[in-house]
Design a protein around this ligand. Structure first.
Ligand SMILES: Cc1cc2nc3c(=O)[nH]c(=O)nc-3n(C[C@H](O)[C@H](O)[C@H](O)COP(=O)(O)O)c2cc1C
Length: 673
C-alpha cells in the first residue's frame, strides 16, 4: 500500500490529471472520501509547474480547476520549501497503554524524514497550548493522537482537558493547523468520545483542521487505519506546506533498518528485564472445578518486596510482566540457530523506525543475552506484523511452497489486512511463533536485529486487584482466567495467563501498579449504597471492595454475579456467602448461564429488578460493572437504557444521555475489557 501511494505521489508531481466532464463526483457509500465512482481523467505530462509560493499566499486554484484534482496535487520538487520555512510542529498524545504514544513517535520519525525540523513530541498534559498564538503570524502544526478511557481523557491528558474546556479565547489557536487521529474501541458505549471532543475544541478555539476527524478501532484493524492516516497526512502536509515530495516518498517507503547487531564479549552487568523483579508468588490456587468446567481460573496472591514501593487503592489494577516459557525460548533459539548465552548490543544506524515498541527499540542501548531477549522481551505470541511477512516473502524466491506467504505479503501491501491472502495466511499462522515454525529456513536468512525490529516487546497485562491493602498489607491478590484456545488442533495459551498458571509459590515476578479511573473506588463509608455487577473474573475488584467494607464496618451492598454453574465456576462462593452472613452484602443475586434450559445472565436479573435499580439511582446510589466489554458491558448498557426509558419516561436518546451523565458523574463506573 505504501508503495502504491508513493507511486501515486510521483505521478501527481510529474503529470497533470484532469477530470473528464463537470458533473459532481459520486462516492461509494461505504468509502465516502476515498473511492469515487465512474471517475474518468485525462493525463498530461507537466510542461509548466504551478508556482507554489503564489498558491500558498493566495490559496488560488492551480492549473487544475477541478476541485477534486486540485486537492490532490503535490507541489513540484523545484518549489520545495526549506526546513526553516516549514511550521513548528507539536506532536501531542494522550495514552494510557502506549498505542497513541507509539503512533505519535512514528509520526515524529515520519515528519523528521519529510524535512520538518522543529518538532516537539509531548503528552497533551505537557503541551502548553495557551502559548500557541504566534507573534510573527507564522503558523504551527499540531498532530494530535489520543485514546479515551470510559469516555474520559487518558491519564496524561486529563489536566490538559480541564484547561482546554475552561479556555474561552476563541482565537487562541488561530495560527494553528491540525490533524488528529483517535484511538478507541467500538465495544465501548463512549467510543472515541475524547478524541472527538478534542477535535471539536481545537476547531472551536480557532485551529484549522487539515483533515476530517479520523480514527481507528482497536476491536478491528487499528494499525491499518493509523497507517492509512499517516500516509494521507504525509501527502496533505507535503501539499499544504510545499515540503519535498521526494522526502515524503522516501519517508514512507524507506525500508532501511534502524539497528545493526554487534556481538560483545562481556556478560551484561544485570539480567535484562522490562521491569525489575519486585515481588514473589505466595499462593497460586485453582478456583474452578477444572475437570467439570474444562476451564481454569487461578487465585494468585503476590507478596510485594519492601522495596517495591507499591501502594494501591481497592479497585486499582496490577500490571504483570509476562515471561516466555523455557520450552518456547529453546525452540526459538533452535529455529534461529542462536546460542542462548551470547551477548549482543544493538546500534542505531538510521532513524527509519516505524516500530517504537519493537523488541529492538526496547533492547537498544543495553547489552543483552540472546536468552534474555527471547525469554523476557520478544512477544512470540502476537499476530505476525505485515512487515515481518513482507521481509520473509522477499527472501522466499519463486518456490511454490511459499505461495501462501507471498500472496499474504502482496495482499497486505495492496489491499490491507482484510484481504483474502492475508486472512488465509493468518488463519494458519496466528502468532509469530507459528510463522517461525512454518518458515524456519526463511527466518534464518533474516538478520537477528531485523527480526527483533519486526517483533514487539511484550506488553504488561493488566489485572483488576482482588484485595484491599488495609487488609492484606504488602500483598496483592488477582483472579486470572487462564486462556487456552485450540485452533487447527494447536493449543494457544494466553501470553500472560499461561505464564501465571505456571508460577509456583516463591517464583519471582515483575509487577507494577496502575490506578483505576477515579470513579472505580468505593465512596466514603457514610455515603450512598452500592450495587456491584460482575461476571467471571469480573468479581475480582468486588472481592477487594467487600474486604474494604468489612474492614471499615460498612454493609448493605447488592451484588449480581454471573458464571456458568454453581457446581464448577462459582468463584469465591464461600467468601461471598460469608459476606452475606456478615452483612456486607444485603443481597447476592447469582445468574447461572448453563443451568436448566434458559440461559440466565446478570443483566437479566438487573432488568428484572429494574424498579429497585431505578430507585437506587434516585437515592444517589452507585453502580459498578466489571467483566467483558463485549458480553457484559454492552448488554448492561442496553439493560440500563431500558430501565431509564421504563421508569424515567425517557426517550431512547434521553436515556442514553442519562447514562452518559451517570458515567461522567462517576455513578455508573465500569471496569471492562
Ligand atoms: C479500561 C478501559 C476503558 C476504555 N474506555 C474506552 C472508551 O470509553 N471509549 C473507547 O473508544 N475506547 C475505550 N477503551 C479502548 C482504548 O481507548 C483503546 O484500546 C486505545 O487503542 C488505547 O490506546 P492507548 O494505548 O494509547 O491508551 C478503553 C480501554 C480500557 C482498557
Amino acid at each position: 500500500m505504501m508503495e502504491l501511494r508513493a507511486v501515486l505521489a510521483r505521478l501527481l508531481s510529474r503529470y497533470e490529471f484532469h477530470v473528464v466532464g463537470d458533473s459532481e463526483l459520486q462516492y461509494w457509500p461505504t468509502k465516502p472520501t476515498t473511492s469515487p465512482m465512474d471517475l474518468f481523467m485525462t493525463v498530461q505530462k507537466r510542461t509548466s509547474l504551478p508556482d507554489a509560493d503564489t498558491l500558498m499566499a493566495t490559496g488560488a486554484p492551480g492549473p487544475n480547476d477541478n476541485h477534486a484534482v486540485e486537492n490532490l496535487v503535490l507541489r513540484p520538487l523545484t518549489h520545495t520549501v526549506s526546513a526553516d520555512k516549514l511550521p513548528r510542529t507539536f506532536i501531542v498524545y494522550g495514552s494510557n497503554m502506549g498505542t497513541s504514544e507509539d503512533y505519535a513517535t512514528q509520526m515524529t520519525e515520519q515528519l523528521k524524514r519529510m524535512g520538518f525540523a522543529d518538532i516537539t513530541l509531548v503528552s497533551l498534559n505537557d503541551w502548553d497550548f495557551g502559548s500557541m498564538k504566534s507573534a510573527d503570524g507564522r503558523r504551527s502544526l499540531v498532530v494530535a493522537i489520543t485514546s479515551t478511557y470510559n469516555g474520559m481523557p487518558p491519564d496524561n491528558a486529563r489536566n490538559f482537558a480541564k484547561l482546554l474546556d475552561k479556555e474561552t479565547r476563541a482565537d487562541i489557536l488561530k495560527d494553528v493547523d491540525f490533524v488528529l487521529f483517535g484511538c478507541g474501541n467500538s465495544l465501548w458505549h463512549t467510543f472515541l468520545k475524547f478524541p472527538r471532543h478534542l477535535y471539536q475544541r481545537l476547531d472551536e478555539l480557532g485551529a484549522t483542521p487539515l483533515t476530517e476527524f479520523t480514527a481507528g478501532d482497536s476491536n478491528d484493524e487499528l494499525d491499518d487505519e493509523f497507517m492509512k492516516w499517516s500516509l494521507q497526512v504525509g501527502m496533505i502536509l507535503t501539499d499544504h506546506y510545499g515540503s519535498s515530495v521526494d522526502a515524503y516518498i522516501d519517508a514512507v517507503t524507506d525500508k532501511s533498518l534502524p539497528y545493526s547487531l554487534k556481538y560483545v564479549d562481556n556478560t551484561p552487568a544485570a539480567p535484562f528485564r522490562l521491569s525489575p523483579e519486585n515481588a514473589s508468588v505466595k499462593v497460586n490456587r485453582e478456583l474452578q472445578d477444572v475437570e467439570r468446567s474444562g476451564r481454569s481460573t487461578r487465585h494468585i496472591e503476590i507478596t510485594l518486596d519492601d522495596t517495591s514501593d507499591i501502594s494501591y487503592m481497592t479497585g486499582d489494577h496490577l500490571n504483570i510482566y509476562p515471561v516466555n516459557a523455557p520450552d518456547v525460548v529453546r525452540e526459538v533459539s533452535a529455529i534461529l540457530e542462536l546460542d542462548l548465552d551470547v551477548v549482543f548490543e544493538l546500534e542505531q544506524v538510521s532513524d527509519a523506525s516505524r516500530f517504537a515498541h519493537s523488541a529492538a527499540a526496547v533492547i537498544h542501548g543495553r547489552a543483552c543475552t540472546v536468552a534474555d531477549a527471547l525469554q523476557y522481551v520478544c512477544d512470540w505470541k502476537e499476530a505476525p506484523s505485515r512487515e515481518l511477512v513482507v521481509a520473509l516473502s522477499e527472501t522466499s524466491g519463486n518456490k511454490p511452497a511459499y505461495d501462501l506467504l507471498r500472496k499474504a505479503a502482496e495482499d497486505a501491501n495492496t489491499l490491507g489486512k482484510q484481504s483474502a491472502g492475508w486472512s488465509a495466511f493468518t488463519a494458519q499462522n496466528r502468532t509469530v511463533l507459528d510463522v517461525l515454525r512454518t518458515y524456519a529456513p526463511l527466518v534464518r536468512q533474516i538478520p537477528f536485529a531485523t527480526l527483533l525490529h519486526f517483533v514487539s516487546a511484550m506488553d504488561p497485562r493488566r489485572y483488576s486487584i482482588a484485595s484491599c491493602q488495609s487488609v492484606v498489607g504488602n500483598e496483592v491478590h488477582i483472579s486470572a482466567a487462564i486462556v487456552n484456545d485450540t485452533v487447527n488442533g494447536r493449543s494457544y495459551g494466553g501470553l500472560a495467563t499461561e505464564y501465571l498458571a505456571s508460577l509456583e509459590a516463591g517464583a519471582r515476578v515483575s509487577v507494577s501498579h496502575l490506578p483505576a479511573q477515579e470513579a472505580f473506588h468505593l465512596p466514603p463509608p457514610s455515603d450512598v449504597p452500592v450495587v456491584f455487577v460482575g461476571a467471571g473474573t469480573g468479581i475480582a475488584p468486588f472481592r477487594g471492595f467487600l474486604q474494604e467494607m468489612k474492614h471499615a464496618g460498612i454493609g448493605g451492598a447488592t451484588m449480581y454475579f454471573g458464571c456458568r454453574s454453581p457446581e464448577y465456576d462459582y468463584l469465591y462462593k464461600d467468601e461471598l456467602e460469608q459476606y452475606i452472613q456478615d452483612g456486607m452484602l444485603s443481597k447476592l443475586q447469582t445468574a447461572f448461564s448453563r443451568v436448566g434450559d434458559e440461559r440466565k445472565y446478570v443483566q437479566h436479573h438487573v432488568s428484572q429488578d429494574s424498579a429497585k435499580i431505578w430507585s437506587h439511582l434516585q437515592n444517589s446510589g452507585r453502580i459498578y460493572v466489571c467483566g467483558s466489554a463485549d458480553k457484559l458491558g454492552k448488554s448492561m448498557t442496553t439493560a440500563m437504557v431500558r430501565i431509564f426509558e421504563e421508569h424515567g419516561g425517557l426517550s431512547a436518546d434521553e436515556a442514553s444521555t442519562y447514562l452518559s451523565n451517570l458515567i461522567s458523574d462517576g455513578r455508573y463506573a465500569q471496569d471492562i475489557w
